[in-house]
Design a protein around this ligand. Structure first.
Ligand SMILES: Cc1ncc(COP(=O)(O)O)c(C=O)c1O
Length: 334
C-alpha cells in the first residue's frame, strides 16, 4: 500500500528491527534500563535540557507535560487547532482539572502575542490562574519562525508564564530551517517530541525539561500508566531513528513540494505545502469517490473537503508518481 494518511504509518525497517533485537534492557521503572537511559540522555543533550523522559505516545507526553506544569484550577493558553487542545480527548481538563484557553492561530501557525496578552487572567479569585503558553511546532506542517519563538520566550518571561512546545514534528522544523534542535528548544521551558512520526519508530515520545520538572513528570507518567519495564527494546528504535532518520526528513519535504507542484499541474486546488504536508481542496462530490478509487489501486488517503497528504520515509518519489498518475486517471473518469 502507498499510505499518505499520516507520517505515523511507517513500519520499522529491518535495520531498525535489528537494533531493537540487539537492545540491552533492564527494568525502566527501577531506572535501570540502559537503552532507555541512553535515549533520555541523548534527547536531553540534543534539546539542551537538563533531562528527558521516554513515554509511549505523544498524547501521553503532552498530558504529563500539562499535569506537571499546571495544578487543578489553573489554565494553559493553546491554539484552537492544537493537538493538545483539540485532539487529545480533553485529557488535561478531564484528568487534571486544567482549563484550556484556546486562541486562533495566525496563518503562519503562530499564536499572536497581543491576543494572548488579552487572555492572560488577572490575579482575581473569579478566574483560573494562567500558568502556561503551549505552542505547536510544526503546526499543520508550518514551521514557527525563529524570531517568533524568541519573542514568545521573552513574552512569557515578562508575564511569569511557562512555555511548552508540542514538538511532535520539531525535527521537521529544525531540518527545514537547517538548524540544530537546540536552536529551537532554547526558547521553551519544556517540549514534547515524537519518535513515531517522521522519525519512523513504531512507538515513543519524549518530554524534555529541567531535572526538577522531569522528576515531577515521572510521577505523573507512573500515575497515568506510562511507566514501562523492558522498554529498551522501544528506546533502541528511537536511538536508531535519531542517528539515521533526522537528516533524511529533507527528502520528505522535497517529496511534498514535488507532489504539490504535480497536483497543481493536474488542476487540483493545492492550498498549501509546508514541510511534509500538502493540503488540497477537493470538490465535495469527489471526496468519497477519490478515496474509493485510490483504495482500489492500493493507495490510502484520508479524503475530506480539505485533504491532508503526508510524506514520510515509506513513500518515495516513485510511489508519488504512481499516486499522481492514478489521480490523473481518476479526474479523466469524472
Ligand atoms: C502535533 C501532534 N502532537 C501530538 C500528537 C500525539 O501523538 P500520538 O499519536 O503519539 O499520541 C500528534 C499525533 O498525530 C500530533 O500531530
Amino acid at each position: 500500500m502507498i499510505d499518505l494518511r499520516s507520517d505515523t504509518v511507517t513500519r520499522p525497517s529491518a535495520a531498525m528491527l535489528s537494533a531493537m533485537m540487539a537492545a540491552e534492557t533492564g527494568d525502566d521503572v527501577y531506572g535501570d534500563d540502559p537503552t532507555v537511559n541512553a535515549l533520555e540522555a541523548k534527547v536531553a543533550r540534543l534539546s539542551a535540557k537538563e533531562a528527558a523522559l521516554f513515554l509511549p505516545t505523544g498524547t501521553q507526553a503532552n498530558l504529563v507535560a500539562l499535569l506537571s506544569h499546571c495544578q487543578r484550577g489553573e489554565e494553559y493558553i493553546v491554539g484552537q487547532q492544537a493537538h493538545n487542545y483539540k485532539y487529545e480527548a480533553g485529557g488535561a481538563a478531564v484528568l487534571g482539572s486544567i482549563q484550556p484557553q484556546p486562541v486562533d492561530a495566525d496563518a503562519d501557525g503562530t499564536l499572536p502575542l497581543d491576543v494572548i496578552a488579552q487572555f492572560i487572567k488577572p490575579d482575581d479569585f473569579h478566574f483560573a490562574m494562567t500558568r502556561l503558553l503551549s505552542l505547536e511546532n510544526t503546526h499543520q506542517g508550518k514551521v514557527l519562525p525563529l524570531s517568533y519563538l524568541e519573542q514568545a520566550w521573552h513574552f512569557t518571561r515578562e508575564r511569569q508564564l511557562a512555555l511548552h512546545i508540542d514538538g511532535a514534528r520539531i525535527f521537521n522544523a529544525a531540518v527545514a530551517l537547517s538548524v540544530n534542535l537546540d536552536a529551537l528548544t532554547r526558547y521553551c521551558d519544556t517540549l514534547t517530541l515524537c519518535l513515531s512520526k517522521g522519525l519512523g519508530t513504531p512507538v515513543g515520545s519524549m518530554l524534555c525539561g529541567s531535572a526538577e520538572y522531569i522528576q515531577r513528570a515521572r510521577r505523573w507518567r507512573k500515575m497515568t500508566g506510562g511507566a514501562m519495564r523492558q522498554s529498551g527494546i522501544l528506546a533502541a528504535a528511537g536511538l536508531y531513528a535519531l542517528d539515521n532518520h533526522v537528516a533524511r526528513l529533507q527528502d520528505d519535504h522535497d517529496n511534498a513540494a514535488w507532489l504539490a507542484s504535480q497536483l497543481k499541474m493536474i488542476g487540483m486546488d493545492v492550498i498549501s505545502q509546508n514541510t511534509n504536508m500538502v493540503f488540497v481542496r477537493l470538490p465535495e462530490d469527489q471526496t468519497a469517490p477519490l478515496k474509493k478509487w485510490m483504495h482500489e489501486k492500493g493507495i490510502l488517503l484520508n479524503t475530506a473537503r480539505v485533504t491532508r497528504l503526508v510524506t514520510h520515509l515509506d513513500v518515495d518519489r516513485q510511489a508519488l508518481e504512481t499516486l499522481v498518475a492514478e489521480w490523473r486517471s481518476f479526474l479523466a473518469n469524472q
